[in-house]
Design a protein around this ligand. Sequence first.
Ligand code: PLP
Length: 388
Amino acid sequence: MIHLAKRMNRLGTETAFEVLAKARALEAKGKNIIHLEIGEPDFDTPSNIKNAAKKALDDGFTHYGPAAGLPSLRETIAKHVADTRKIGVGPQHVVVTPGGKPIMFFLILACIDEGDEVIYPNPGFPIYESVIEFVGGTAVPLQLKEEHQFRFAIDDLKRLITKKTRLLILNSPQNPTGGILTEEDLRAIAQLAKEHDFLVLSDEIYSETIYDGHRHFSISTVPGMLERTVILDGFSKTFAMTGWRLGYGVMPEELAKLVTKLQINATSCTASFSQIAGIEAISGPQDEVAKMVKEFQRRRDVIVDGLNSIPGIRCQKPAGAFYVFPNITGTGRDARELADYLLNEAGVACLSGTAFGKFGEGYLRFSYANSVSNIETALGRIAKALKK
Ligand code: PLP
């Protein structure tokens, strides 16, 4: 028997990958499945970015690079983040990682001791809770509420803060609900962070995927927050580059040094040619990004209207990301059971709200990173399956 470390019992996972595997197994048996479970844009990476990577390969960017990222990309990211968040940051604050995900892992590893408390959104990206518990921290769920458009109530946050609170995780626009925090919310949260002296991990990976004229507001913009905020962002969602594994964190310099040290221990560096492509993604033409966001908004409207026309389902119209999080309590089924039923009976893959934490019960998550015609077919199938 292989001896395993006790901490492995505390490591969670992302159910999306498990549901995808189940859906693929059904497809292998000949069943037609519409994939609304996966959190990645269905668009191809824009061609100017792909061409930059091809040239980078020919130019010899096939070797190890500096652990914190290529200086040219760190410079480009720093300028972009400084402009979009209106903050004074430079390349020394930027660490480039293979996707944004390692920033969560490295930051929590660097800052959380056993018994330290971390407040995180629930329902929320499952990796937050998983990593907090993995390192021996105490994961304190902050409930996002449908009646607040899936924001949290500031009073709820106040109640959860203790002397042991070290870190608050924010995610806006949010996975899985599509909700966004308002500037007013963020200013109130910033006040609490300063008063109680905790750090904020602001997961802004969906910052460009935002609709109806809303603008992304980062907590780092609030005076006094730059020195206690880590911004997580990346290329996966904005530029349809999930497979390139390219993301970054922007943080106080002393933390950037430690996160870089963890990166040296874990991955050495991010692929060099991906990084060169990242420079083109940020500095090149942005019209493809605008086109993708416009198309996502069209799909959002189709899926929200369609779900609301199905008896037993009630769905808000979210302002960001590419997910909807409908309330399914009116169907009389619990979330997991309904997600399984829709996969097997209707050939529609989606995720149970509980894949995002205990406060996800009563909800499903659909990703609308799929064509309007597939979304319409899926809606028809769901309506039919629920009539049975
Ligand atoms: N943060 C959130 C909220 C996400 O939904 C995801 C991906 O699904 C990530 C971070 C990580 O993305 P990546 O590692 O591809 O940059």
